[in-house]
Design a binder for this molecule. Structure first.
Ligand code: AMP
Ligand code: ZN
Length: 326
């Protein structure tokens, strides 16, 4: 059974079900909340989950948020809901240059930006780094998927600053965060666990603040939001993501969720309970990259390591697992 098959039962409404909030006819079934909603009450529930996440982040409501948009359901739902909640937003898309995948991703991002009249900046990865992803993978002997994740994160930090932004929001959702937490716990990745929080303060002039306002909502809830709001997103899976281990952890969590609805939420929220967002000092105290000055766990940041390898320096993949994951 694939993840898609298992999740197909998610939205099946019991016959004649009423909205748990307003008692009109329900259109959405949310087993993990033991609730059914009509479209309007579902949208309220969705906005409320995002507002609750945002309230737990130390940010000002009047500042501008740069939304990292991939063109998929998560980042477009995020952009839509932040706009709806009254935040000033602009989009930033990195065109990765992956054939058959990047073009429709970019088109979906641009179509959303046009429809809502919100600004979108598009940067091509190969123009920023000087090589295409495939060239980088060949020259550094690393897998495209690992490279892409690391490059996206580092480029985002730099491009957000270039766009004049200080806060970037990504579309990571409950499934992403719970599966990452599971992976880090199973592998005893203490250094990542310490920083597991859907908000990471920036360092002034160096790194933007990063936040994940959708961390309280799962993939299906985000899909339902997009359906009700009529958001057209690109659904394709990246052809290079096949080996991603997060996906295996997510399948395991989906199985637990199916047998015991609410498990995923309890797992992530229970872990976060009582934890405060990391303080700005935590980010400020990080080592700095010896080349570019960006906060980094190692002497060189992920981007500078890749660039050094491209320039013919160390091409060994030994640091692969040292790159902190988003
Ligand atoms: P992923 O790592 O593909 O699961 O994406 C996680 C989040 O990173 C998305 O929800 C977006 O906010 C952001 N993101 C992914 N790909 C891009 C991209 N090509 N350009 C800008 N942001 C992206
Ligand atoms: Zn660097």
């Amino acid at each position: 059974m694939t993840r898609g098959d298992r999740k197909a039962s998610y939205g099946v409404l019991p016959r004649g079900a009423k909205c748990s909030r307003c008692r009109s006819q329900a259109s959405v079934h949310l087993p993990s909340h033991h609730a059914n909603f009509c479209d309007d009450c579902f949208l309220r529930f969705f906005r409320h989950a995002v507002e609750r996440a945002l309230r737990s982040f130390p940010i000002r409501k009047d500042g501008e948020i740069v939304v990292a948009v991939s063109g998929g359901k998560d980042s477009l739902a995020l952009w839509s809901v932040l706009h709806e909640l009254g935040y000033r937003t602009r989009g930033l898309h990195i065109a990765l240059g992956i054939a058959g995948f990047s073009e429709p991703s970019r088109e979906a991002s641009e179509a959303f930006s046009r429809r809502y009249g919100l600004p979108l900046a598009v940067y091509a990865l190969n123009e920023q780094v000087g090589y295409t992803l495939e060239e980088i993978a060949r020259r550094t002997r690393r897998t495209i998927c690992a490279l892409c994740g690391s490059l996206k994160r580092h480029l985002l930090n730099r491009l957000v600053r270039r766009e004049g932004g200080t806060i970037v929001a990504t579309g990571h959702n409950l499934d992403d965060e719970a599966s990452r937490l599971m992976g880090n716990i199973l592998r005893h990745k203490r250094q990542y666990l310490e920083r597991t929080y859907p908000f990471l303060p920036g360092v002034e002039g160096v790194m933007p603040t990063r936040m994940k306002p959708l961390f309280r909502l799962d993939s299906e809830e985000i899909r339902i939001y997009c359906r009700i709001k009529g958001i057209t997103f690109f659904e394709g899976r990246c052809p290079f993501a096949k080996g991603a281990t997060n996906h295996i952890f997510l399948e395991a969590l989906d199985l637990l969720e199916e047998r015991m609805p609410g498990t995923k939420r309890d797992f992530l929220f229970g872990y976060l309970e009582g934890k405060a967002p990391p303080s700005p000092e935590v980010s400020a105290a990080m080592k700095r990259c010896a080349v570019c000055g960006h906060p980094s766990y190692l002497d060189l940041c992920g981007l500078c390591r890749i660039i050094r390898a491209l320039e013919g320096g160390d091409t060994s993949p030994q640091h692969r697992h040292d790159v902190p994951r988003t």
